[in-house]
Design a protein around this ligand. Structure first.
Ligand SMILES: [Zn+2]
Ligand SMILES: [Zn+2]
Length: 251
């Protein structure tokens, strides 16, 4: 299993920190976790076969995680793309409504042509997919029904939190994972509800006992701030601070 961070940031523009997205190759499938603005362009930039995406897993519908669902559906129906296989799109409850509203806003120009789109709304669930399994866990992110995803192929697991505040499910999501991509939004001294700080990330990762913690979703507030030192007080394992295009091998 391989992954590339397509966006290590948020809705606020920052060099090297684009809105959220992770491209994953797992079993024989091409998968996208979240689809923040520009994800489609960055898929192309990492030479991913964007028109062959099998599944898109959205954690929630904030703009920095969902806007490029529009770009992808719009691109897939254009004549040069000869797509036949279905596209499966997963997300928390409200996904189908989001699609209807997007499609209405764009005069029905997101409706698939020549292929099918299947929407699946999930909360706590297990999906058995070709060659791998996906477990979803509700996260703690304002009043949204945000979910985190745990992709397991054989004995190897990649976990991805999307946005969350502290909760037991966050550590359950990353339990023993080879790679745990966890949101880290703001400094300890700027803590705001709905998101995590480096110290909280360290505590969650320590409880999860993940093998490799990858922090992402950075607001541009960390200049000169020692993120690693805060995480290290709690979590001794391997640690990566993501940027756009950070590559991960899950083995
Ligand atoms: Zn959010
Ligand atoms: Zn976000």
């Amino acid at each position: 299993m391989r992954a590339v961070i397509l966006g290590a940031g948020t809705s606020i523009p920052a060099r090297g920190y684009s809105p959220a997205g992770v491209y994953v190759q797992i079993a024989k499938e091409h998968v996208l976790l979240d689809a923040g603005a520009g994800s489609l362009q960055r898929l192309q930039r990492v030479s991913a076969q964007w028109d062959q995406l099998d599944r898109i897993f959205l954690t929630h519908f904030h703009v920095d995680h969902s806007l490029d669902l529009v770009s992808i559906l719009a691109a897939l129906r254009l004549p040069p793309v000869q797509r036949k296989k279905p596209l499966y799109v997963y997300g928390p409850p409200g996904l189908k409504r989001l699609y209807r509203q997007f499609n209405a806003a764009y005069d029905d120009r997101l409706s698939p042509r020549g292929y099918r789109v299947v929407f699946r709304e999930l909360q706590r669930a297990t999906q058995h997919l070709p060659g791998y399994t996906v477990h979803t866990y509700p996260m703690n992110h304002y009043a949204t029904k945000a979910i985190g995803y745990r992709l397991t192929q054989g004995r190897k697991t990649l976990a991805y939190s999307g946005d969350t505040d502290v909760c037991d499910n966050a550590s359950a999501l990353g339990q023993g994972a080879e790679v745990f991509i966890l949101e880290c939004s703001v400094r300890d001294d700027l803590k705001f509800e709905g998101h995590l700080t480096p110290s909280e990330c360290g505590q969650i990762a320590a409880r999860a006992r993940c093998r490799h913690l990858v922090l992402s979703h950075f607001y541009p507030v960390f200049k000169g701030y020692d993120i690693r030192a805060r995480v290290r007080r709690h979590y001794p394992g391997r640690l990566t601070l993501a940027r756009d295009f950070t590559r991960l091998i899950i083995s």
